[in-house]
Design a protein around this ligand. Structure first.
Ligand SMILES: *Cc1c(COP(=O)(O)O)cnc(C)c1O
Length: 400
């Protein structure tokens, strides 16, 4: 099959996300000298503004020319030592990959394997941390938003457990598909490390790992013995003090980040979070109208950035993706490893509005039907439309 080349391809994968024209154009600038004395005029405000997105005043921000995975690696290699005990859970492809990284670095990993569709197992975390009376566990890891299953976990609950037990482990969070989309409060939740990536909520190309590290966590650098060079926090901090970098930074990305942060603050971070919730609710209303279920097992876990939709038993999720892509110019997210063929995903994060959601639902309906699912055409679209209209009427009433 050949893809139809007219118009835009609808991009509804949970990263990379759509890049606003304003951000794309902001990156179209001549190359500049990254050692120029005034380079910090571009970069220093970025560090300050990224902190606002993480909702922290305490943390140090790092920006590495890497994807989000590089951000994970910077957390592990700068703050931990080989053989050190850490606690983590997996319930999807991304949390699983973080477990794999910890093991490859030779950490002593206590791994809670959780059914895909659930989130961080708070009760298990409490039990394991409570039993760890001599505080051998040095880090507690959690994936805030598991992008493979569309599950958002409660991070403040983990902080509450640590505080309750007086446990000093560092709380390290994967916020790659939540930062700038789903409510995230680094200081309030006592998060020690949060890892973000440029190509999700920041609406940029892939290429910046954006990491927040608490002052308490930074103290670990002195004793952590894993080797690090490219991702060294020390080297970064020395150069970043004047807004410079220890090696050639991705300057165009900084111009893009300037524009994307401006857009986020012009809309208002709270409004951005509310918009993601509104659009995600409409997607969920559509899925419900189709008579299908989400991979996420409980409404309290539903993600506002990505929905993983379980296809009917006789339908192949890969077929849905193929039909959407070739017939309707629509990129949907695939089911990864354990849920391959069983789910397809709609990414609804970043630069997104109501009509785009309807586009994703309309295309999904057709692709589902093409793949043999008994979906009533228009049912999901109509449910989302009804929700948008009802919300508009409510806000008109409120304004009056
Ligand atoms: C996308 C994603 C990653 C991987 O990030 P890369 O930028 O592809 O390295 C990790 N964790 C989560 C939750 C993600 O959504």
């Amino acid at each position: 099959m050949k893809k139809n080349s007219n118009g835009y391809t609808g991009l509804f994968i949970p990263g990379p996300t759509n890049i606003p024209d304003r951000v794309r154009q902001a990156m179209n600038v001549p190359m500049q000298d990254m050692r120029a004395p005034d380079f910090g005029e571009l970069t220093l405000p970025l560090f300050a503004d990224v902190k606002k997105v993480m909702r922290t005043t305490d943390a140090e921000v790092f920006m590495f020319p890497a994807s989000g995975t590089g951000g994970w690696e910077s957390c592990v290699s700068n703050l931990f030592s080989a053989g050190e005990r850490v606690l983590i859970s997996s319930f999807g492809q991304f949390s699983m990959l973080w477990v794999d990284m910890l093991e490859r670095f030779g950490l002593d990993v206590e791994h809670c394997e959780v059914e895909w569709g659930l989130g961080v197992p708070h009760e298990d975390y409490r039990r394991i941390l409570e039993a760890d009376r001599d505080h051998k566990i040095r880090g507690v890891f959690a994936c805030h938003n598991e992008t493979a299953t569309g599950v958002t976990s409660n991070i403040s609950e983990i902080r509450a457990i640590l505080d309750d037990l007086g446990h000093p482990a560092l709380l390290c969070v994967d916020g790659i598909s939540s930062l700038g989309c789903i409510d995230f409060r680094m200081d309030e939740w006592g998060v020690d490390v949060v890892v973000g990536g440029s190509q999700k909520g920041f609406m940029l190309p892939t290429g910046l790992a954006i990491v927040g590290v608490s002052q308490r966590a930074l103290e670990r650098r002195a004793t952590a013995n894993l080797p690090r060079t490219f991702l060294s926090f020390d080297d970064m901090m020395k150069a970043n003090a004047t807004g410079h970098f220890p090696y050639t930074p991705a300057t165009q990305m900084f111009h893009g980040l300037r524009a994307s942060l401006d857009m986020i603050f012009e809309e208002g971070l709270d409004n951005v979070v509310a918009r993601h919730n509104r659009l995600a609710s409409a997607v969920r209303a559509g899925v419900h109208a189709w008579g299908l279920n989400l991979c996420a097992k409980d409404p309290s876990l539903f993600s506002d950035t990505v929905s993983a939709i379980v296809v009917p038993e006789h339908v192949d999720g890969a077929e849905v993706l193929k039909n959407a892509y070739y017939r309707y110019n629509l990129s949907l997210g695939s089911g990864l490893t354990k849920v391959a063929g069983k789910v397809f995903r709609i990414g609804h994060l970043g630069d997104l509005n109501e009509i785009m959601v309807l586009q994703a639902l309309a295309g999904s309906e057709m692709a589902l039907r093409d793949s043999g699912a008994n979906i009533e055409l228009g049912s999901g679209v109509a449910a989302a439309q009804a929700m948008f209209i009802a919300e508009n009427q409510q806000s008109i009433k409120k304004a009056a």
